[in-house]
Ligand binder design. Structure first.
Ligand code: HSE
Length: 396
């Protein structure tokens, strides 16, 4: 079976390596030898171990009738969307690690794959090497899922872990994450929560069966988390993690958002560190399921892409189908939870407004309040005359 890999970067290179390294076991599981016949590359790479397979034009690949499966590992929308759509329409199954593509166009691409009786799979697009999308679509298919919560970005989790556990600066930790190949070339999408936002979109789509669009997901990044916030959270018994969350808010509505969130140290999610990711799913039959593992990096991501290739070669299937519906995604500011807040105000004035809040002090005299359950809307309205320094949700 001949396949093509689009992209010779971290993920594309990893897929090529895994297919070669585990050739024997992969052939047994796929039922045939899998041969990479083309690798699409943006620029010449004479040092590439398979330089004879490198192609610089997608036309060389789509016009090869022997190629049955395409592994898209380029990332981004342009030209990936065009290439993937044309591949499916040309009768080739597609697997992809591209979360931006799936979050924006997954519904349309699944629809085309279904009509063409082809595979379109994207296990690697969420939480890297952790098997999470198949478990949701298949193993948990009997459940009504009420919520999905995850540490969905390896780069930010790595940075926060280094800041929390080793007192490193944000910039040093980011440079390390880039050097290790976790962070995107432009880390803005990681740091600002946009990458996690795309992943929670895909999870929400598959968990709840309707389309959540990236523009409907409110995302906050980790760029404003200070050492004082980290210290005050610790004093209260919490760690700060960047979480993507999606949950049912009514019979026909959900909410989805990404935000730095306080997690109690007794919650297993709080000790998911470094580049590890985790996804917690609540189903009405199964209860709570927690999946953890490597969320980024060449070989863990390639593990998931290659499994999709094997499935596609065996005549797999598409992963899901989700119709869209106006008004389906509601505002997370309506959700009730507790918050940790810091504000530029006298403690006594804040206590007058929030008499039920718990107060905590840092060694250097800063303080924060842990509120009772309230919605962000209600909290912001009560504090409308106060200048807030920071506000964090608490996950219970
Ligand atoms: N930049 C992403 C991350 C790669 O850090 O999680 C995996 O999607």
């Amino acid at each position: 079976m001949k396949i093509a890999i689009l992209g010779a970067g971290v993920v594309g290179g990893g897929v090529f390596e895994v297919l070669n390294k585990n050739r024997g076991v992969i052939a047994k599981r796929a039922g045939c030898e899998i041969e990479v016949s083309h690798i699409l590359c943006r620029r010449p790479r004479p040092e590439h171990p398979a330089a004879d397979l490198l192609r610089y034009s997608f036309e060389d690949i789509i016009n090869d009738p022997e190629v049955s499966v395409i592994a898209e590992c380029m990332g981004g929308i342009t030209p990936a969307y065009d290439y993937v759509k044309r591949s499916l329409l040309a009768g080739k199954s597609v697997v992809t690690s591209n979360k931006e593509l799936v979050a924006e166009h997954g519904r349309e691409l699944c629809d085309i794959a279904e009509k063409m009786n082809l595979s379109f799979m994207f296990e690697a697009a969420v939480a890297g090497g952790i098997p999470v999308l198949r478990p949701i679509c298949r193993c948990l298919a009997a459940n009504e899922i009420s919520s999905v919560v995850g540490i969905l970005n390896g780069t930010t989790n790595y940075i926060l872990t280094e800041m929390i556990r080793h007192g490193k600066s944000f910039n040093d930790a980011l440079s390390e994450a880039q050097a290790k190949g976790f962070a995107e070339a432009d880390p803005t999408a990681d740091v600002m929560g946009i990458d996690a936002g795309r992943k929670i979109c895909i999870l929400a789509d598959l968990c709840f069966g309707k389309e959540v669009k990236p523009k409907d997901v409110r995302t906050l990044g980790i760029d404003k988390i200070s050492k004082v916030d980290i210290e005050l959270a610790r004093e209260l018994g919490y760690r700060i993690k960047l979480l993507g969350q999606a949950m049912r808010t009514g019979p026909n509505s959900v909410t989805a958002f990404v935000a730095p969130t306080l997690i109690s140290r007794s919650n297993p999610l709080s000790s998911v560190d470094g580049v590890q990711n985790a996804v917690r799913i609540k189903g009405d039959a199964v209860g709570e399921v927690l999946l953890t593992g490597p969320g980024a990096g060449a070989l863990p991501t390639a593990s998931a892409v290659t499994a999709d290739i094997i499935d596609a070669v065996r005549g797999g299937t598409y992963m899901g189908y989700w119709p869209s519906e106006p008004g389906y995604v509601t505002d997370p500011e309506e959700l009730s939870c507790r918050f940790m807040i810091r504000a530029e105000a006298e403690l006594s004035s804040l206590q007058a407004i929030l008499p039920d809040a718990t107060v905590v002090h840092s060694r250097s005299g800063d303080f924060a309040l842990l509120t009772a359950y309230t919605s962000e809307k209600e909290l912001r309205s009560r504090l409308s005359e106060i200048s807030l320094i920071s506000i964090y949700r608490v996950l219970d």
